[in-house]
Design a protein around this ligand. Structure first.
Ligand SMILES: CC(=O)N[C@H]1[C@@H](OP(=O)(O)OP(=O)(O)OC[C@H]2O[C@@H](n3ccc(=O)[nH]c3=O)[C@H](O)[C@@H]2O)O[C@H](CO)[C@@H](O)[C@@H]1O
Ligand SMILES: C=C(OP(=O)(O)O)C(=O)O
Length: 435
């Protein structure tokens, strides 16, 4: 188990470039299974979850060639689906959440798919009903081995397009069903589809491969099935969760940071939510400049009510940034209610922030209130452990702003989704040591 030792009270200054998006990469990499032609992908982040998925594709027989540190060419012309029954596949696929999206392409192209219960953050119940209900609507049979192997199976001799209303706008669920439906016979209509930028990117890439998807960026997708898909080139968007994390970090640590090449139009409501915390930022072309700010005041609602930030399916605010918003409010002026509607175990890390000196109340598993310190008092460094990827980075931000030294254990959670975060932050003035 690796750790970070972090020197507190650091003000950073400089430019930082966001990595390619983790959650887009996981969808896009799974899609290479849909064709026997070469698919070249650029701006792939060098992070644990993505590297594990690339390894898994290689195990399945996909030819993988690294062209540069962040570009790879894949060719799935010799896939061996017997690998799906091996203990090695089971172990590797269960290590990350994104592997669940291997199912849709496998079902579409090879008429069968297997996946163990997927890993990812332990942030509450993470059901997969949407995925399997969608596959069943397309005509697949679904089975779950309730023995210790815990494998999910989907099989279909023939997939047939249909209308479906998803039971929830699940991100990976929508990606999975889309990837099966592109090779089904006839037309599939998916209502209540998730429509976040990464899904838009996936659908556009599939269209470049020969799929016929319309309604991209809405919650109503229409997919005319085709017999075969071909190769393409694709470039990943910058990671919007990293961009939000850097905005929060700049505010908490009174740092002046320019976040480069953000593809601002793709960030949706994210910059506005940070602005409502009182954080100033300037859009300079496609860069976001966040000045060093001593004070930032949380707005109230127009009726004078306490500001609340809550998550919702896109174009609502992503749940993956709520932990960052929560930590950023610690040094603001004013009071904030953070309401995490989607996940039920993602706010428990506030006990560590309280131990550091934050004024916070965990109201229930879904809601926490932050009473901003307005720099009247500094957090103090402590030893803590990272419970999940986003809480891990929230703790890192708290530690950089604190008085004295902190240690964060279990940083594998952070490495799952943030590329060389210590090296990149040290380059603009942080003092983070990897132990
Ligand atoms: C690998 C990957 O891409 N992971 C992301 C993906 O996970 P993932 O695709 O697993 O998450 P889902 O979109 O399926 O659902 C997230 C949670 O929200 C709940 N829910 C979802 C939709 C809805 O309309 N109502 C509702 O309550 C679900 O029950 C679940 O608890 O999307 C989540 C939601 O943006 C992000 O936190 C994850 O980082
Ligand atoms: C919850 C997240 O990831 P995963 O779905 O991979 O667990 C996340 O990226 O914040």
């Amino acid at each position: 188990m690796a750790s970070f030792r972090i020197a507190g009270d650091q003000h950073l200054k400089g430019e930082i470039s966001p990595q390619g998006a983790k959650n887009e990469a996981l969808q896009i990499l799974c899609a290479v299974l849909l064709t026997d032609q070469p698919v070249t992908i650029h701006n792939i982040p060098d992070i644990r979850d993505v590297n594990k998925l690339i390894e898994l594709l290689g195990d399945l027989g996909v030819q993988v060639k690294q062209l540069s540190p962040s570009s790879y060419r894949f060719q799935a012309d010799q896939v061996d689906i017997s690998i799906l029954d091996t203990a090695d596949y089971r172990e590797k696929a269960s290590a990350l959440r994104g592997s669940v999206m291997l199912l849709g392409p496998m079902l579409g192209r090879f008429k069968t798919g297997r996946i163990p219960r997927p890993g990812g953050d332990k942030i509450g119940r993470r059901r997969l009903d949407t995925h399997f209900l969608g596959f069943e609507k397309l005509g697949a049979k679904f089975n779950f081995d309730s023995d210790e192997s815990g494998m999910y199976h989907v099989d279909a001799s023939h997939l047939k397009g249909t209308y479906m209303l998803l039971d929830e706008a699940s991100v990976t669920g929508t990606a999975n069903v889309v990837m099966a439906a592109v090779l089904a016979e006839g037309t599939t209509t998916i209502y209540n589809a998730a429509c976040e930028p990464y899904l838009q990117q996936l659908c556009s890439m599939l269209n470049r491969m020969g799929a016929k998807i319309s309604g991209i960026s809405s919650n109503l997708l229409t997919i005319e099935g085709v017999d075969k898909l071909g190769g393409t080139d694709h470039t990943m968007l910058p990671d919007m969760i990293e961009i939000g994390s850097f905005i929060g970090l700049a505010a908490m640590t009174q740092s002046e940071i320019t976040i480069k090449n953000c593809q601002i139009p793709q960030l949706g409501i994210i910059p506005d939510v940070f602005k409502r915390l009182g954080i100033k930022m300037e859009f300079r072309g496609d860069d976001i400049f966040v000045p060093a700010q001593e004070h930032y005041q949380i707005e109230s609602f127009l009726d004078g009510g306490m500001m609340t930030v809550s998550d919702a399916p896109w174009p609502g605010f992503t749940p993956d940034l709520l932990s960052i918003v929560l930590v950023t409010a610690i040094q603001a002026q004013g009071t904030l209610l953070v309401h995490q509607k989607m996940f039920e175990s993602r706010l428990f890390f506030v006990d560590k922030l309280i131990e550091m000196g934050a004024q916070m109340i965990l109201c229930d598993p879904h809601r926490a209130t932050v009473i901003g310190l307005n720099r009247q008092q500094q957090l103090k460094g402590i030893r803590m452990s990272s419970p999940d990827i986003r809480a891990g980075v929230a703790l890192l931000i708290a530690a950089l702003s604190a008085k004295g030294e902190s240690i964060i254990d279990n940083i594998e959670q952070i490495d799952r989704g943030y590329q060389n975060i210590d090296g990149r932050l040290n380059a603009i003035g942080a003092k983070i040591e990897r132990l």
